[in-house]
Design a protein around this ligand. Sequence first.
Ligand code: ATP
Length: 514
Amino acid sequence: MALNEDDFKKVIAHAKEYGFVFPSSEIYDGLSAVYDYGQQGAALKNNIKEYWWKAMVQLHDNIVGIDSAIFMHPTTWKASGHVDAFNDPLIDNKDSKKRYRADVLIEDYVAKLEAKIDKEVEKAAKRFGESFDKEQFLSTNARVLEYQQQGQSILQRMGASLSSENLADVKALIEELEIVCPVSGSKNWTDVKQFNLMFGTKLGASADSAMDLYLRPETAQGIFVNFLNVQKTGRMKIPFGIAQIGKAFRNEIVARQFIFRQREFEQMEMQFFIAPGTQQTWYEHWKEQRMKWHLSLGLGANNYRFHDHEKLAHYADAAADIEFKFPFGFKELEGIHSRTDFDLGSHEKFSGKKLQYFDHERNESYVPYVVETSVGVDRMFLAVFSNALCEEQLDNDTTRTVLRLPAVLAPTKAAILPLVKKDGLPEMAQEIVDQLKWEFAVAYDEKDAVGRRYRRQDALGTPFCITVDHQSLEDRTVTLRHRDSMEQTRVAIQDLSQLIGAEVNMQHWLQKIQ
Ligand code: ATP
């Protein structure tokens, strides 16, 4: 059974116990909302990045990848709007002294209304049985309609107040909804204030000549400032994309929920440069493409949904999130934004350099429009990892913990296990390791009884175990055990590469997208 919210702690504990994610600098009691990836985690993360890079760069002849610096000229962040507008509205509870994002408190309130709708649906489904029509119920039931209406009007009002910087109204809304602090239970709130999320630092040795810099809060700007460099040197013709994977830093007000919201994290972003007027088509195209990429991993279509933004960022004319059902509910996994010509236009103004493209077909120069896709590596990691962790009841009344990772992303594809540590079995197992390691990440394990070794590999998400026994010495066959079904088959050593490859090779998985 998949884990629910109450079991989120198990996800965190499992990630630590099996070498996936550790708190940063743990010997000094950790650093809030900063995490390190261990030996298993780093491998899983690299596989996620490779899966994205291949889908976006390798499989598109009009998308190229770059790797720009984390430090950028400080004017970049003036031009992008981050110095003036990259703020979150924060509010403190005077009794608990806890700090919250005002918009998150309100969104959580609306999420509770949605949960009430789900309850009504559940009750009605039970009552009506087979004849239950969910769509009809959602569009006609008076109570459901009232909850929906209430939720929409709250979000609309919040969106309008935030856009017009009317922070007093955001506070008024929190008070009217009688939202209480989850810790103190009180409604004793401070005023709402804006808080800039960028980390500042200094470049240069002496105090007076040092330049104030920011750690980049997104990788996108490294792409925009290189637009002409790439377009010219790569002889790129519109429409084309520039992709990048890299670290980003945000001084998040409320950093919670493990690696979901960190102060240092990684993004996989692609900016697609297009002709003005074509943005609606490309925006729809990339929404669809990116959803297909997610679905190709097989985590279940019910776990994803689109959320169209009510409140648009200063640069966007349309925006949607792909939300994933994390153990704590549906939350943003990826953002798809139609960014207009805001970024390039603004960099033109601030730098005084022309950032235009001459379109031979239209016979005119213009500042290209941009559609962006932006997904967090760490959120992908959490989605895949929490979805995979299961506790299974077995026939013999025991349970097993198994990490049902998509085989293509699993840190280790196969573990090779000699049944016993003697009689030449370890040597033969080692020979198989040496044969397979060129193609797949494999592990060798000879410690403990074989049953315990299977359990350990299940917990690590290894799709295959290969066991070498005495018969192997005679006929060069081994048992191949599948993680999910626990089925064991006798196969020839020479067929291993093909059998494993059929399930783990990226090509098979990526082909599902097209
Ligand atoms: P949120 O509303 O959850 O703060 P956002 O809308 O600010 O996210 P974007 O600016 O659209 O996020 O960033 C693109 C992607 O980067 C997000 O979809 C998410 O996957 C990832 N991301 C953003 N902030 C964080 C963070 N603090 N920790 C981990 N990943 C993040």
